[in-house]
Write a new protein. Structure first.
Length: 155
């Protein structure tokens, strides 16, 4: 909090003048602010429009444009909704840990509250069988995860 009684937060972390769906609010890693605590350069008191904030500042590239209108989010019909989603990405160890909450969120909203995760790793020298058993297979067993092996993979 600054001397002016306003929070010192980056603009991309502030959501103003648009409805939020319940699953967009994460109080474990964020917090709610009353408008009077938002720095003035972030809050003009004007509503946001699909092109950005109505004071003329453009939307940032790579960021989703906030929906306009009222309600808990953009209006969708059953035909607008995806029935299946398939994501493929390469990730470092740190990125894998950061991806866990997103994967868990998807599992929460999926049939049987489960997602199918396909993992592929390559090692030019090969994986040590003892390490693979201790570091990969056993922790998955302890998590009560039933593995579905690909044809070219075995423990």
């Amino acid at each position: 909090m600054g001397e002016d009684g306003k929070f010192q937060v980056p603009r991309e972390k502030v959501v103003l003048d648009r409805p939020l769906a319940e699953d967009e609010v994460d109080l474990d890693s964020g917090f709610l602010m009353v408008p009077s605590c938002v720095p003035d350069e972030h809050y003009s008191g004007k509503e946001q429009t699909p092109g950005g904030i109505s004071d003329g500042s453009p939307a940032k590239p790579g960021h989703l444009t906030p929906p306009s209108g009222t309600g808990a989010g953009p209006a969708t019909t059953p035909t607008d909704r995806l029935k299946r989603i398939s994501l493929v990405f390469k990730a470092t160890r740190d990125q894998v840990f950061k991806a866990f909450p997103a994967i868990a969120n998807l599992a929460d909203k999926s049939d049987d509250e489960k997602v199918k995760i396909r993992i592929e790793g390559t090692a030019a020298d090969g994986y040590d069988p003892s390490w693979l058993r201790n570091a990969v297979e056993e922790p998955l067993d302890e998590a009560d995860i039933e593995l579905e092996m690909d044809d070219d993979t075995s423990f």
